[in-house]
Ligand binder design. Sequence first.
Ligand code: NAD
Length: 484
Amino acid sequence: MPTIPITVAYGDGIGPEIMEATLHILKEAGAKLAIERIEIGEKVYLSGNTSGIDPSAWDSLRNTRVFLKAPITTPQGGGYKSLNVTVRKTLGLYANVRPCVAYHPFIETKHPGMDVVIVRENEEDLYAGIEYRQTDQVMQCLKIISRPGSERIVRYAFEYARRHNRKKVTCFTKDNIMKFTDGLFHKIFNEIAAEYPDLENEHWIVDIGAAKMADTPEAFDVIVMPNLYGDILSDVAAQIAGSVGLAGSANIGENIAMFEAIHGSAPRRAGQNLANPSGLLLGAIMMLVHIGHTATAERVHNAWLRTLEDGVHTYDIFDESISKQKVGTKEFAQAVTERLGKKPHTLKAVSYNQQDIAEVYGETIVKERSDTRKELVGVDVFLDWLKGSPDDLGQSLAKVAPEGLQLVMVSNRGVKVWPGGKSETFCSDQWRCRFMSKDKGAVISHKQIIELLASVEGAGFDFIKIENLCNFDGERGYSLDQGE
Ligand code: NAD
């Protein structure tokens, strides 16, 4: 096995202790790693760099392309950004992979048979961070779901399932409501699933899917989800498996990957030799598989399982009726090293093989931009307005449409309020006013939109944004409102 350079950050709070414990185990297991240490987190923030990461650290990451990161503290208040989000986005770490496994009967769990891997899209969705205050009353966050982003994550989930001998990939979305964004994710899931006939596939609406996962996680194997659902449900999955303290995760990009525990820096436990290093160790095991050191990964993983099985437990998982010895961070690490070469008796021993590593630089088959025919058929003009009833607005606006265009609908918070609105509908100060060609279904021009905006402004209205309405290959590319 060649020696592989990796970048390591010791993090904050319990970070340094659990990182030392983890690296000690890896060293004793014979992992050939050349470690480059970087400074990130609290110290860097407090030195005045609000990104929490020193510019030189990026060079190390670019150089090694493998990052083992201990948890970091995000100082509260002020302009501090989450370093995790910065690192994920900057390095294009599009896939977040979290295995959530029960270790029954050695760790208390409600779901003894649970063994679920959550694959979460990591860059898009409501986490694109595009937010606006549009009016006095209304804030907006854009939910961005792209075809390449969705293809990449869904394919990753199927490749992961195949390489890890998993049987089924499930997709969670809410496409009964978000027909365009979640609808695209689901559609791409179906397209890609067809390329993997050896794997079962299924789709659940996220609400009932989440309920099923919390109740009967054994029904699932690999679950792929857009970012927000994945963020929430991967914590739920880790917690119901046993503890968030026992889960590691991989953040995979095309060129760089980051491995970590899913828990935070637990500052109150810092410096007392109390913390459980298991989450970070499991992240490090995923890293060893990633770099092709599968034999070492297997040795460490099995020794760790044997340690749990032998009842050597840190305070957070200690249970008098099950555990045999309460230990600190260092002693736990020592117990794992003493079991290197051993396998668990009751828990299922882990085996990794070389094909597991191919996922790392897994090809991303993103379709070329197609020659879809796009036609501009209308425009939604959003207004900040609070001067009267929907009928007042509709009647005044209908008069401002320039030659060739007509106002077809006004809606408020997604409900049509003109023409023919209901008096019970509550209205905020943000209005969506839909203009289309007088000639039903005909194409309009950008020039007509510019004339329209001039005329809207001339009539004293405050427009806050526009959205073009287009058909793609004759198919409507915009949602209708409730009641439209
Ligand atoms: P946390 O996960 O750090 O701690 C919550 C509680 O869980 C702790 O009080 C402790 O009782 C327990 N715990 C967590 N990890 C443990 C371990 N390894 N061993 C034993 N007990 C453990 O969550 P928090 O208190 O909400 O966050 C603390 C800080 O961590 C915040 O600044 C937050 O921003 C940061 N954070 C960082 C990451 C990351 O770096 N990936 C993730 C989450 C939170």
